[in-house]
Design a protein around this ligand. Structure first.
Ligand code: FES
Ligand code: FES
Length: 216
């Protein structure tokens, strides 16, 4: 028997327009809107800023995405890979550098915030105390894998600067007293933001203590 197969009827709207066509029309509109939004987003992403960083005594002019962290500016744009990216969340201290003599986590700050600032990294030369710390870490075996070491050494440098400036720590017994002794407890507290997964802590403490003893 010869049967005719009926084509399915397309729904018709009250205005008589074919609903399928209407849906694809609105879908095309939505797609257009998405395209416009996407191109706006991409043009926003294309914005850059010009900054100058003075790193280890050398000026560098950089054109960066404004969202670039100081750590990424150093590592990815200046090829200074001594500063390490451990957690990228301010929890390990592997990225510690000094900005105008103060230690900070380079992963937690934007490069754009340091236009014109003087940055010191582990690659710096000509700083006697930094060199003494590097030597002491070697002499005392203050590392194993070495991943945390640049951050430990920069942090120790910043910590000794803080001690010079008379800044107390959480364990300083007498904050009014003249001169603060750099006890092992003080070193451990002041360096507590720098994590060593190899647990080289006893040797790190000895290395820092040696630098302070030889200087005094
Ligand atoms: S990488 Fe910056 S604190 Fe861990
Ligand atoms: S020496 Fe390996 S993480 Fe510190």
């Amino acid at each position: 028997m010869n049967r005719r197969v009926k084509s399915p009827q397309r729904p018709v709207t009250s205005s008589g327009r074919n609903q399928v066509g209407g849906t694809s029309g609105s879908r095309a509109g939505a797609q257009n809107e998405l395209c416009v939004r996407d191109s706006k987003r991409r043009s926003n992403l294309a914005q850059t800023i010009d900054i100058t960083l003075k790193v280890n005594g050398h000026e560098h002019s950089l054109t960066l995405d404004p969202r670039t962290t100081l750590l990424d500016a150093l590592r990815e744009h200046l090829a200074l890979t001594g500063s390490k990216k451990g957690c990228d969340h301010g929890q390990c201290g592997a990225c510690t550098v000094l900005v105008d003599g103060t230690r900070i986590n380079a992963c937690l700050t934007l490069a754009a915030m340091h236009d014109g600032d003087a940055i010191t990294t582990i690659e710096a030369t000509g700083d006697a105390r930094l060199a003494a710390l590097q030597t002491a870490f070697v002499e005392h075996d203050g590392f194993q894998c070495g991943y945390c070491t640049p951050g430990q050494i920069c942090s120790a440098l910043g910590m000794l600067n803080e001690l010079d400036a008379g800044m107390p720590s959480h364990v300083t017994a007498d904050i009014q007293g003249a001169g603060m002794a750099l006890t092992d407890e003080e070193i451990r507290e002041r360096m507590s933001g720098n994590i060593c997964r190899c647990a080289a802590y006893p040797n790190i403490v000895r290395a820092i203590a040696q630098v302070q003893e030889r200087a005094s």
